[in-house]
Design a protein around this ligand. Structure first.
Ligand code: OOG
Ligand code: MG
Length: 265
């Protein structure tokens, strides 16, 4: 089934549509409006989409988990976590300006990021404690998502094919030692000085390190190389994503990990 579909050029067409949306900064209709898409086919499209960037010289610096919190699952009406790939060109410096017109309809999320100090082989790493021992540092992060689909609406295979809406991300400047208590730390998101979200990273699959475990398993299932030392992992939004426009200033704060900033211009 997957073979026949691929031979027909379905994956190649999907990749073209998604790339055109990014280049023109115009949303496209959901892929599932015109093609039946399984989850396997969707990850195949994502793989090819990223291969185009890698062939053009981009570097994959890690992965993102998405739809790992009840708030996000409810907001997007998808209840299965997904992963996407992070490229070097998506990373912004703390406080750096982001031009609104580079994106279609950006939204910002508050997340816990981890930087691995060791590989995560799902056959050997099974608990939150095991994951903690593999982490070099943690940081508070802002993720800018930008679904390539009209109305920011999609089904599970659509969002997987679209690299889980990945667009940009910012890491806070304070890299802190891994703490197993991170799920209990308070997290707050501000837009133009006004609080627009708060919660704890326990919203993320019970513990953000559990999201790293889930990612390690998904990568193995999908034939990706295992997580390695140096990889960045965005563990998923703690609360709802917040729409942003030019002129907005966003700040994320996580107890014991400082803050992170983004300026839309
Ligand atoms: C999909 C990506 C979700 C997260 O942290 O939950 C995500 C989307 O909502 O567009 O990045
Ligand atoms: Mg996210």
């Amino acid at each position: 089934m997957t073979e026949a579909w691929t031979e027909e050029g379905g994956a190649a067409r999907a990749v073209e549509h998604l790339r055109a949306a990014v280049l023109r900064r115009r949303p496209i209709p959901r892929l599932t409006e015109t093609m039946a898409l399984s989850l396997d086919q969707a990850y195949e499209i994502q793989k090819r989409l990223i291969e185009v960037d890698l062939a053009a010289g981009a570097r994959r610096i890690g992965y993102k988990m998405g739809l790992t919190s009840p708030a996000k699952m409810k907001q997007m009406n998808v209840d299965v976590p997904v992963f996407g790939q992070l490229l070097d060109r998506m990373l912004l410096q703390d406080g750096a300006p982001l031009r609104r017109e580079e994106l279609i309809h950006p939204r910002v999320e508050l997340e816990v990021a981890v930087i691995l100090g060791d590989g995560v082989d799902p056959d050997r790493v099974k608990t939150v404690d095991d994951v903690a021992s593999r982490i070099r540092a943690m940081a508070v992060a802002l993720e800018v998502i930008d679904s390539r689909y009209e109305g920011f609406r999609f089904t599970l295979p659509d969002v997987v094919a679209d690299n889980a809406s990945a667009a940009r991300f910012v890491l806070g400047s304070a890299f802190v030692r891994p703490s197993k208590d991170v799920h209990l730390w308070g997290a707050r998101l501000f837009k133009n000085g006004e609080a627009v979200g708060f919660g704890t990273p326990a919203n993320v699959l019970g513990h953000p390190f559990a999201a790293v475990l889930a990612l390690a398993r998904l990568l193995a299932e999908r034939g990706f190389p295992p997580l390695a030392a140096g990889d960045v992992v965005l563990t998923g939004a703690i609360g709802e994503a917040v729409p942003v426009e030019a002129g907005d200033v966003v700040e994320g704060v996580l107890d014991h990990a400082g803050s992170v900033h983004l300026r839309l211009v």
